[in-house]
Design a protein around this ligand. Structure first.
Ligand code: BGC
Ligand code: BGC
Length: 737
């Protein structure tokens, strides 16, 4: 590779080298200000290193032909896309997928996404998104794995393995992954997108950085820099972040791409003019400019003026060429352009079946009074809500390759599931949101090229829904966020159900019929009212292309729900940021009390979340035996085994996610009250018991101390095991010298 690239670079002009650093759109899906261009002409001139967001292998192949046959050096273009939670087979949003805690299935979902994307011409995906987030106001929480650093890190690794396989890219269905958004993007102030993130190095190293590092240790090929500042300097121009930490400390040897237009956006951050910010970025260690054309427009001048060394340009160019080399594009530029593949490999029955099963694992049963669920397929079942007849609202954010015309609307899936065993009644009942957002949703659907005429709810819709509900034996209300109410640039300051939806729900409850709420959401929401009034609630996030079948599977009990929350659900927005792994205070609120003067508490709301991290019910019940420890002391070289017997005490088979938490009781810095350090997803038949064993090694006890050294400190620890972070049994052990 080195020799090949040496020889190639020896032939390249400075203009062509900078061209390799240019990643541009061709006018398709894109979020920032698009700098439109005649793409073919620019490729011929050697001004395009990569293109993003195209769909269709024929189209991509024709562009690659221009690069290979009509540009001076024939360097192939790299084609990237946001393949975030599937391609045409769309999996639930990543936050939903994380609630499966099923690492094998998560890896498989990335693998299927890689197969489909690569069949359609894509060799590079802007995933996984591993930004830790404890602020549900931030709409992009939907794209990550929730609040937890340990689970988030394991998922980051699984996703990289799924996309990249063994990291050799020998197969033509392995694509390069891109971990993002480096770094701290999920910690924006006030949950407002693109806003400032600022935190201590301790928090950074212990709580926010590990998932990025896990992806890098797993061999991820590329990194995307974040929009926000890190220590006051935009990530895209932050030398400490992109070079000292990423390359010197972590040993990353792939390439770094900016986020959309984030190079030129450094002007708005107050870092200088276009030429200055482009120089800042490349000097900091950024290799590729996504969409802003700032490199293309100014780097030659900066080299002339001595603001950027030719070595810096060479280094960045080399990294981009290395990625192309590793992907095998120099050997075969059409490796990912086999036009016969999509028909056989995209949206296949196998992929769909897998997506359906995975979706069922992501649903979280929040409540199930009087065991209303599962529903029986008999009598009259009323399905109410705006999500039922069109698939455009249920794929979830960042699914630009989705083919909604191929998917089955929820109503149709329920018809199939029920056959003639029960009667299905339907009414739309309401729209998605209240006035302010209706307009946005309409515009969004129009931008998506939707043939769909968005219609807000009317009073007549609600009346009809109530009439339909009154005729039924059971009412299922499908309510919640429209998919565009979470995701990028979708921060919200209120997280409750839209007023019109709440009003409808209230009227449905007044009919006296049993009501089940199927709640769509792209983030934790505030559901205190619903919890108080609705007997059964199933959170389904945005379930993707197989939504209808998956929801029917779970509501009718063909699949027992098993998902558990990966983010705390607050009682009110005022509790945010909220996360289970907080530090103790010097004035803890006594357990069980709501408020005690002069302790750390709110006057008007308990400290606890409404639903804690790790929470989720099943149609069966599980009983945990007291845990046993193989020893109560260990050395740094030693281990302790923690075992617990879990028994299925209900009347049907089900999956349980058993969780292990640790607390370092005394340290050189204050340590969290508990931290997830292990989990296992087990299947238990009715009456079956299984022993789950976790091994505690020094690795699980390590943290970054005040000098940012990664250490474990001798002393007492608490070990906790349970079905969620609150219902745990506690034991102690000691780490000795
Ligand atoms: C988003 C990224 C995405 C990129 C390219 C940006 O707006 O922040 O997550 O990968 O666009 O489409
Ligand atoms: C308060 C201080 C005060 C001190 C002595 C503490 O509870 O935080 O502001 O000066 O008591 O009364």
């Amino acid at each position: 590779m080195d020799r090949y690239i040496d020889r190639l670079m020896a032939k390249m002009t400075l203009h062509e080298k900078i061209g390799q650093l240019n990643l541009c759109g061709a006018g398709d899906v894109y979020t920032g200000p698009v700098v439109r261009s005649n793409i073919a002409e620019r490729i011929r001139k050697g001004e395009v290193g990569g293109i993003l967001s195209l769909k269709g292998v024929d189209y991509i192949r024709s562009i690659q032909e221009v690069a290979v046959e009509e540009s001076r050096l024939g360097i192939p273009v790299i084609f990237g896309k946001d393949v975030i939670h599937g391609y045409e087979t769309v999996f639930p949003i990543p936050l939903g997928v994380s609630c499966s805690w099923d690492l094998e299935a998560i890896e498989q979902s990335a693998r299927i996404a890689a197969v489909e994307a690569s069949a359609d011409g894509i060799c590079w995906t802007y995933s996984p998104m591993v930004d830790i987030c404890r602020d549900a106001r931030w709409g992009r929480m939907s794209e990550g794995s929730g609040e937890d650093v340990f689970l988030g890190s394991r998922i980051a690794e699984a996703m990289v393995r799924g996309y990249q396989g063994d990291n050799t890219y020998r197969r033509r269905d392995q694509v390069m992954a891109c971990v993002k958004h480096f770094a701290l993007y999920g910690a924006s102030d006030g949950g407002r997108d693109y806003n400032t993130a600022d935190m201590s190095r301790l928090r950074m190293y212990n709580e926010y950085m590990p998932p990025y590092k896990a992806a890098i240790d797993a061999g991820v090929g590329s990194v995307m820099s974040a929009f926000n500042v890190v220590d006051g300097i935009p990530a895209t121009g932050n030398r400490w972040l992109l070079t000292d930490l990423l390359r010197s400390d972590w040993g990353f040897d792939g390439f770094v791409v900016s986020d959309a237009s984030s190079v030129v956006e450094m002007c708005a951050h107050g870092m200088g003019d276009t030429q200055e910010v482009a120089a800042l970025a490349v000097n900091a260690g950024l290799d590729m400019d996504l969409g802003s054309e700032a490199f293309m427009r100014t780097l030659e001048k900066s080299v002339d003026e001595g603001r950027v060394s030719i070595d810096k340009i060479d280094q960045a160019c080399r990294r981009v060429l290395e990625a192309k080399y590793k992907l095998g594009l120099f050997e075969d530029p059409y490796k990912y352009c086999d036009v016969s593949r999509p028909a056989k490999e995209v949206y296949t029955p196998e992929h769909r079946a897998f997506a359906r099963r995975l979706a069922t694992e992501t649903f979280v049963l929040m409540k199930n009074d009087n065991r209303i669920l599962p529903l029986r397929k008999e009598g009259k079942i009323a399905l109410i809500g705006p999500f039922l007849t069109d698939c455009k609202e249920i794929q979830g954010t960042w699914s630009p390759s989705g083919a909604t015309e191929k998917y089955t609307p929820i109503l149709d899936a329920f018809r199939t599931a029920i056959g003639d065993r029960a009667e299905l009644l339907y009414a739309r009942g309401c729209g998605f949101e209240d006035e302010a957002d209706e307009e946005q949703i309409r515009n969004y659907l129009r931008d998506k090229g939707a043939d769909f005429a968005y219609r807000p709810g009317t009073p007549e819709d609600a009346d009809e829904a109530v009439r339909v509900a009154s005729e039924a034996d059971v009412v299922v209300a499908f309510l919640g966020e429209h998919e565009m109410q979470s995701g990028e640039s979708s921060s919200r300051s209120e997280l409750t159900l839209a007023a019109s939806q709440r009003a409808l729900l209230e009227r449905l409850l007044q009919t006296g019929k049993p009501v089940v709420l199927v709640y769509f959401m792209g983030r934790p929401v505030v559901m205190d009212w619903e919890t108080e009034h609705v007997p059964a609630i199933l959170n389904v996030w945005f379930p993707g292309s197989e939504a209808g079948d998956a929801i029917a599977d779970v509501l009718f009990g063909d699949v027992n729900p098993s998902g558990k929350l990966t983010a705390s659900f607050p009682r009110s927005v005022g509790q945010i940021p909220i996360h289970y792994d907080e530090l103790p205070t010097g004035r803890p609120l006594p357990e069980g009390s709501k408020f005690v003067k002069f302790t750390s508490a709110y006057l008007d709301v308990p400290n606890t979340p409404l639903y804690p991290f790790g929470y989720g019910l099943s149609y069966t019940t599980f009983e945990y035996s007291p845990m046993t420890l193989s020893a109560d002391r260990m050395t740094e070289e030693g281990t302790i085994e923690v075992s617990v017997d879990v028994r299925n005490t209900g009347d049907r088979a089900g999956d349980e996610i058993v969780q292990l938490y640790l607390r370092d009781l005394v340290g050189s810095i204050s340590r969290p009250l508990k931290q997830l350090k292990g989990f296992e997803r087990i299947h238990l038949d009715r009456g079956e018991t299984r022993t789950v064993t976790f091994t505690i090694s020094a690795d699980l006890l390590k943290f970054y101390n005040a000098d940012l050294e990664y250490v474990c400190e001798p002393g007492a620890f608490e070990v906790m095991v349970g079905p969620n972070c609150m219902e745990v049994e506690r034991r102690r052990f000691e780490l000795i010298k």
